[in-house]
Design a protein around this ligand. Structure first.
Ligand code: ADP
Length: 240
């Protein structure tokens, strides 16, 4: 399998009113990669996500999509606490609404889109919840629904923002297993923002670590062997 480049960032920087909050990032995402973006609060992870989604312009450097990737092919899974939990719709309706992007101006959904929504419900093991109301689900179930929804929107790349926030430990384990299946079996490219460095190192194949004093990008192994990785992994172990 020839691994195509999907995203290339060179000297990428972002700022708010002349204050630089992300500076000179260099990293690349290839098709099939599983990248975790880690770092403490305030290091610019959300800003970078907004940049990747085309919602914020770089103040310097470049962010280039390769191989015909369009921003509409990026499925975004928002933070749980950013989601309206009392959304009055069925699971199926929420998942199907992921197809809105590709629906164009025609009313209703096509047979192909309905088929796809059904397939994604199966894929995430929530087909039996199809007619349930979104608001009565558990946190873990709701997240699967949002994932199925984003898979309807995205064909190539999933961007997840702190996806395990608010989930119980069992649901977190199940979530990481699911990500492994999506990445390895379904060749979905994953970019996940997380503050859980341990889990990131255990599951992702690339790490982008943002910090106040510089950043690191490389394979997980390179990260673990780097002074940078050792420092942060060590800090976690000693329960800092
Ligand atoms: P993270 O997601 O890693 O917590 P953010 O991207 O949210 O980091 O924030 C990075 C820095 O940018 C922080 O210092 C934050 O205060 C600042 N910031 C974020 N959003 C804005 C904004 N809309 N206007 C001004 N400053 C912002």
């Amino acid at each position: 399998r020839n691994r195509m480049s999907l995203i290339t960032c060179s000297n990428l920087s972002f700022s708010y009113e002349n204050q630089t909050v992300v500076s000179s990032l260099n990293f690349q995402v290839n098709e099939g990669d599983y990248l975790c973006i880690v770092g403490e609060n305030g290091t610019g992870k959300t800003t970078l996500i907004r940049g990747l989604l085309g919602l914020k312009r770089p103040s310097f450097g470049s962010l280039v999509f390769g191989e015909g990737l369009r921003s509409t092919q990026i499925g975004y899974v928002p933070q749980q606490d950013a989601v309206q939990k009392d959304f009055p719709a069925s699971v199926y309706e929420v998942v199907l609404s992921g197809c809105l992007n590709s629906r164009g101006l025609l009313p209703g959904y096509s047979a192909a889109q309905k088929k796809r929504a059904g397939e994604n419900l199966e894929l995430l093991g929530i087909a039996d919840l199809k007619n349930r109301s979104f608001q009565e689900l558990s946190g873990g179930q709701r997240q699967r629904v949002l994932l199925a929804r984003s898979l309807c929107a995205a064909e190539r790349l999933l961007l997840l923002d702190e996806p395990t926030t608010g989930l119980d430990p069992l649901a977190i384990d199940e979530f990481y297993e699911l990500m492994d299946v999506l990445n390895r079996k379904h060749h979905m490219t994953l970019i996940m923002v997380s503050h859980a460095i341990r889990e990131a190192v255990e599951h992702a194949d690339h790490i982008l670590h943002l910090s106040q004093d510089g950043s690191f990008f490389g394979t997980t192994q390179e990260y673990e062997n780097s002074g940078f990785g050792r420092r942060f992994l060590g800090e976690e172990e000693t329960g800092r």
